[in-house]
Write a protein that binds this ligand. Structure first.
Ligand SMILES: N[C@@H](CCC(=O)N[C@@H](CS)C(=O)NCC(=O)O)C(=O)O
Length: 225
């Protein structure tokens, strides 16, 4: 079975999991310390690009970098776009969506108190600028999503960051009706809504962020608790 190795964070393992669920591909989500049976500081130097997520496939090959993981899942799920122009457009959206990762994801998962407020306020203009790019791109075509009516890696990556932005500050997304519609369309997919219901809840954003895993609250982070 495919293994998705990551930490206690709601960040770069979300889009891969949304896509895996959408494609009905079985996988196991494993914390780094369980997979490697070692603490992160010892694991880090041994990984290809010294970061996670990493997907380990059945022959033991380790795929690092979230965009590579997403494109691998798209291939497995038969979602690869054959038209080279449309495929390039989809990659452009995927890359632009993933550029929303920092500082949005680390702030929501880790920042607290005044630091959270300062980071939230200082990223607002850049978030709005990128959100407006994505809204305009959606408006380019009649279809429901960026390329057509099928959600793929670009859509799930975009969804994750938009969804996470609501934890930072719900008002930013509310300024973009086309993005609200997009989020609702993705949330309306059965496999997605099932995944969203069962994934660990993120609580205490901005004060004491924790993930509720199997009924137990754990501080977010790269260490076993
Ligand atoms: N470009 C990488 C970024 C990966 C990344 O930033 N991973 C973070 C967690 S979200 C990490 O491994 N942090 C621990 C560290 O850098 O030591 C990707 O898209 O996968």
């Amino acid at each position: 079975m495919l293994k998705l190795v990551y930490f206690k964070m709601r960040a770069l393992a979300e889009a891969p999991q949304l896509l895996l669920n959408y494609c009905e591909i079985n996988y196991e989500y494993i914390m780094s310390w369980d997979h490697f049976d070692d603490e992160w500081s010892n694991v880090k130097p041994k990984l290809a690009f010294k970061q996670l997520p990493m997907m380990e496939v059945e022959d033991g090959t380790q795929i690092c970098q979230s965009i590579a993981i997403l494109q691998y899942i798209e291939n497995l799920g038969g979602l690869k776009i054959s038209d080279p122009v449309k495929a390039a457009e989809a990659t452009a959206v995927l890359q632009s969506a993933q550029e929303l990762f920092a500082p949005l994801n680390p702030t929501v998962n880790f920042a607290v108190g005044q630091d959270f407020i300062n980071k939230r306020d200082s990223m607002r203009i850049n978030l709005e600028s990128r959100f407006s790019d994505l809204a305009r791109y959606l408006d380019k075509h009649e279809g429901r999503y960026f390329i057509d009516d099928t959600p793929r890696a670009a859509e799930f990556a975009c969804f994750h960051h938009l969804d996470l932005s609501r934890e930072l500050d719900p008002e930013t997304l509310e300024k973009f009706p086309r993005l609200i519609k997009f989020v609702k369309d993705i949330e309306g997919i059965d496999a997605v809504s099932n995944y969203l219901k069962k994934r660990p809840k993120l609580v205490g954003v901005g004060t004491e962020p924790r993930l509720v895993i199997n009924g137990t609250e754990h501080p977010t982070g790269v260490n076993k608790t």
